[in-house]
Design a binder for this molecule. Structure first.
Ligand code: FES
Ligand SMILES: [Fe+2]
Length: 336
């Protein structure tokens, strides 16, 4: 994983009144809300004798109470109260666990994962073209794969007529022109797809295709480290967040967004109705992606790529840069 990034790790509706314990990026974390609904995230391991804090409860002060001996934690991970020592007894500084900055928007929860966040930490980015009038349905789909492989699969335009020959890849468009790549900023890029039937012509290169595509609004969008959008039309989108649980497991948070139906009940219903089809498409991919070896991808690895793999190369290149930048500055170890 790339350290020092905002990662989407949950959707908002997964954290209600009770504390929630999850594994993300290989670490056990606990999330809870105080009485005002404000969200906190700290390591899910009591500093006293190591039990999971997520088995505890939120007390009236909004602090998280360990179920074993009642230590109470605030949002910064500091113990505020040790009941056995008596009211008002000072709590030494060392009674603390690591806390993670959180951000909640668009029904997603992000954490800043890595070393301590900088003072001027900016909020994570989301797609500027998804506004409040969109309604979405969501499924959470487990994949036994490293999250980099799941991401690359969603940037892979070459697989469409093979893996999805009876769903989104109908039409036998096996010839891959482009694909066109457009970097929006350092951490976001778009992919324009120009697949067509093989008519015997030489496919145009990524440099030769127009950007954006003048014939259709369709494009793929990716924001580092783990957010993707299939921009099907102005009114219909599929969004994926690739949530790493550990180095070999990923949760795909898959959403179908629409705004062509505006009647509140009907629109939510239609968004949810679209999920079985979207999952069917995802499962066509999943049965293959889980077999990829080695599990994580890398910029330099034993694979023979082709021109149509350009989006995957762009992803790998930037990912490598971010990994190296973090290791050079000494801000966290490069794992994978
Ligand atoms: S283990 Fe948490 S208070 Fe003792
Ligand atoms: Fe696919």
């Amino acid at each position: 994983m790339i350290p020092n990034q905002w990662y989407i790790v949950l959707s908002s509706n997964q954290v209600k009144k009770q504390p929630v314990g999850v594994t993300r990026m290989g670490e056990k974390l606990v999330f809870w809300r105080d009485g005002d609904g404000a969200l906190s995230c700290i390591k899910d391991r009591c500093v006293h004798r190591g039990v999971q804090l997520s088995k505890g409860r939120v007390v009236s002060s909004g602090h998280l109470q360990c179920p074993f001996h009642g230590f109470e934690y605030n949002a910064t991970g500091r113990v505020q109260k040790i009941p056995a020592n008596g009211q008002g007894a000072p709590v030494p500084e060392r009674f603390r666990v690591h806390s993670y900055p959180t951000h909640e928007e668009h029904g997603f929860i992000w954490i800043w994962w890595g070393e301590d966040a900088p003072q001027d930490l900016k909020p994570p980015s989301f797609f500027k073209d998804i506004h409040d009038e969109f309604v979405y349905g969501q499924s959470i789909d487990p994949w036994d794969a490293h999250y980099s492989r799941v991401i690359e699969n969603q940037l892979d335009v070459v697989h469409l007529p093979f893996v999805h020959h009876n769903t989104i890849g109908r039409g036998c468009r096996t010839l891959v022109e482009g694909p066109g790549i457009e970097w929006v900023n350092d951490n976001q890029f778009n992919v324009y797809v120009y697949n067509k039937k093989d008519d015997g012509s030489q496919p145009r290169t990524p440099e030769q295709v127009p950007i954006p595509n003048p014939d259709k609004p369709f494009k793929l969008e990716f924001i580092f480290p783990n957010l993707w959008q299939n921009h099907i039309s102005e009114d219909v989108r599929v969004v994926g967040a690739f949530v790493p649980t550990d180095d070999e497991h990923t949760l795909l948070y898959l959403r179908f967004y629409q705004r062509f139906l505006t009647l509140p009940i009907l629109s939510g219903w239609v968004a949810q109705l679209a999920m079985p089809f979207n999952l069917r498409v995802a499962h066509q991919d999943r049965r293959l992606v889980v077999t990829q070896e080695p599990k994580p991808s890398a910029l330099k690895m034993d694979e023979q790529l082709i021109r149509g793999d350009r989006p995957i190369v762009e992803y790998r290149r930037r990912r490598q840069q971010l990994l190296e930048a973090n290791s050079e500055s000494g801000r966290g170890a490069v794992v994978q």
